[in-house]
Design a binder for this molecule. Structure first.
Ligand code: HEM
Length: 383
């Protein structure tokens, strides 16, 4: 079936086999009323639950509400099945009061003591070129489906239901998933033409998920235990400079990544899932360069740290200078972004040879609560 269960222990859209398409939206909350916000979260939950089952957002829908009012569903998904739609919600640091990015922000909803310690704005990394208009946000919705129209319909209708309470701060469309979360999915390729997701944490590696993805009861003091069973979402819009990359030799490209472009095997090995050999050869040179992406991002270089990657390719047309505005919309889920994503990105920003071909220009961090029990609404444990 192409219906993914909306309710469960964990939110769908994290370990769910990665769908082909993404519409990711970050919202600012524009009301100061806690009641208005929680009312919206209740209405959103009903709509999201219905859409994931392939129904219209609200009973009555696109054409059943009579001719004299705007339809309660926008209609472009009529006749389409849910195509594995998942809707994953996350709450940004600004919802809990002041942040480094927004020091003036009041604690409008009385949530200050509910903020988990690791929901702190990400630090600046070397070579970042973060654009505020593509970054941050109070709430995010990650919509994934095997059809772009289904994913876009979902975000559009949630935005419409939110009028007066939230406004869209930024959003990003993605295609061609850049990671697999199950061994049943073939590893897809990113815009550099390389297999991406080979060494990812997979949905069936429950010990790794438990260690690196899901928040534990003891990770937080009582006030922030609404996050138990949830996960933190790091989003980075990474522009990839396609044209210089396409002029680089195959051997340069392979040294940058540390894997062979055809098979995806680590350099010096033969098959995609072979273990990378980071040792030096007898001549004193490594098979896999010291600056190779997979060496620097590998758990052995980072005290064992891992993350669950769930990103997408994007191409937002061209940039006005004749270059493709293309890249990777990087999404990672982790149990503690400050202890996992931050050291990994510091290592990459400082030494990764790939940095010559990419720039991070959007950044956001969200706390995604655990999955919903029957009748529970999005954020109920937080509020
Ligand atoms: C591995 C591409 C950004 C973390 C890989 C691989 C490729 C790749 C081709 C090898 C295949 C695989 O195991 O998935 C890219 C591109 C990026 C990018 C094109 C930017 C445009 C990042 C960022 C992070 C990251 C920002 C985290 C901060 C990792 C990790 C691995 C990996 C953890 C697996 C390393 C291992 O254990 O072997 N990436 N990546 N990547 N990447 Fe990236």
């Amino acid at each position: 079936s192409d219906v993914v269960r909306f309710r469960g222990t964990h939110q769908a859209g994290i370990t769910t086999p990665v769908q082909d398409r993404l519409h990711f939206a970050a919202f600012d909350v524009i009301t100061d009323s806690r009641a208005e916000l929680t009312d919206l979260l209740r209405r959103w939950t009903v709509a999201a639950d219905r859409m994931c089952r392939g129904e219209e957002t609200v009973a009555g829908g696109a054409v059943g509400g009579g001719p004299y009012r705007p339809p309660s569903d926008t209609g472009e998904a009529l006749g389409l099945s849910p195509l594995s739609l998942t809707l994953t919600i996350g709450f940004g640091p600004g919802l809990f009061g002041a942040t480094a990015d927004a020091p003036q922000q009041q604690d409008r909803f009385g949530l200050g003591d509910r903020r988990p310690a690791c929901l702190a704005e990400l630090p600046a990394f070397p070579k970042d070129a973060i654009e505020p208009s593509r970054s941050h946000g109070d709430i995010c919705i990650q919509a994934c489906a095997d059809d772009p129209q289904v994913a876009v319909h979902a975000v559009r209708n949630l935005a419409r239901l939110g009028v007066g309470v939230v406004s869209v701060r930024w959003s990003q469309l993605g295609f061609g998933r850049t990671s697999s979360t199950t061994t049943a999915q073939a590893t897809p390729r990113n815009m550099f033409g390389f297999k991406d997701g080979t060494a990812n944490v997979k949905a069936d590696q429950s010990d790794l998920l438990d260690r690196w993805v899901w928040v534990h009861h003891d990770d937080n003091p009582t006030a922030a235990r609404w996050m138990t069973g949830g996960s933190y979402l790091v989003a980075r819009r990474i522009r990839m400079y396609i044209e210089p990359w396409d002029r680089a030799s195959l051997s340069e490209q392979e040294q940058v990544v540390g894997r062979s472009k055809g098979s995806g095997a680590p350099l010096g090995a033969t098959a995609e899932f072979d273990t990378p050999d980071f040792r030096l050869t007898s001549a004193g040179t490594p098979l896999i360069a010291r600056t190779a992406h997979i060496r620097l991002a590998h758990p052995d270089s980072l005290g064992g740290v891992r993350l669950l990657r769930r990103g997408y390719n994007f191409t937002d047309g061209s940039d006005g200078f004749g270059h493709l505005d293309a890249g990777l919309f990087f999404i990672a889920y982790c149990r503690d972004p400050q202890a996992q994503f931050v050291p990994m990105q510091h290592a990459l920003a400082a030494k990764d040879a790939m940095m010559e071909y990419i720039t991070h220009n959007g950044s956001a961090l969200f706390a995604c609560p655990p999955g919903l029990a029957a009748d529970e609404w999005w954020g109920q444990r937080l509020f």
